[in-house]
Design a binder for this molecule. Structure first.
Ligand code: MG
Length: 202
């Protein structure tokens, strides 16, 4: 199983980090050792002093595909979820300055907590509200209508490079409001009014 993530997919988040608006999707991956499930706690790594939460809508791929046309991309997933793309922002800033790959900042152990997956039917994926609460306060709020590349276009784009397989997970990018997490923080994520995850930073 692989985790494919898109960076810089919401204009408001691009602006808060002072990044350029990309001409094509910014893609990176996380290994399966990054996954946390079932509200397992996130153990803050000691290699970073500035780990940020990035709440993101997920889709789980249900069958193998490559070079998928965007018009058919929705046939490749039935389930959506919510996750956090934990990012060691201090490490990422150092790597970005030098033009180096981001794995040490993005793909470390526990950097991909994911919710249970739910049937996509009943949700409008082009107009889906989601949010993250930190210690009871809403810190990130997004709507999928504000993505630069919608989910079906992400699937089409990445499948030209990587064969998608059953169980692969796509992280579809974060809206603004990213901030540091500290030991003791409690993170709750919602799709519309539905609680998707609830875990602690330890
Ligand atoms: Mg992200």
């Amino acid at each position: 199983m692989k985790i494919i993530c898109i960076g810089r997919n919401y204009v408001d988040h691009i602006e808060e980090l002072g990044n350029e608006r990309p001409e094509s999707p910014v893609i990176f991956m996380k290994p399966d050792t990054a996954v946390l499930k079932d509200n397992e706690p996130f153990y803050h790594p000691d290699h970073s002093e500035d780990v940020h939460h990035e709440v993101e809508v997920l889709v789980r791929i249900k069958k193998e595909g490559k070079s998928i046309d965007p018009a058919f991309a929705s046939n490749y997933y039935d389930e959506i979820g919510l996750g956090i793309d934990f990012t060691a922002r201090d490490t990422q800033s150092r790597l970005k300055t030098k033009g180096l790959p981001w794995e040490l900042a993005k793909a470390f152990n526990g950097s991909a907590p994911i919710s249970k997956f739910i049937d996509k039917n009943g949700f409008d994926l082009k107009n889906l509200n989601f949010k993250l609460e930190k210690n009871g306060e809403t810190v990130q709020q997004g709507n999928t209508s504000l993505m630069l590349w919608p989910i079906d276009e992400i699937i089409s784009f990445v499948s030209r490079y990587f064969t998608l397989k059953t169980g692969d997970i796509i992280f579809s990018g974060t809206p603004k409001g990213v901030s540091q997490v500290k030991i003791g923080d409690r993170l709750k994520g919602y799709i519309e009014d539905r609680l998707m995850f609830d875990f602690e930073v330890k």
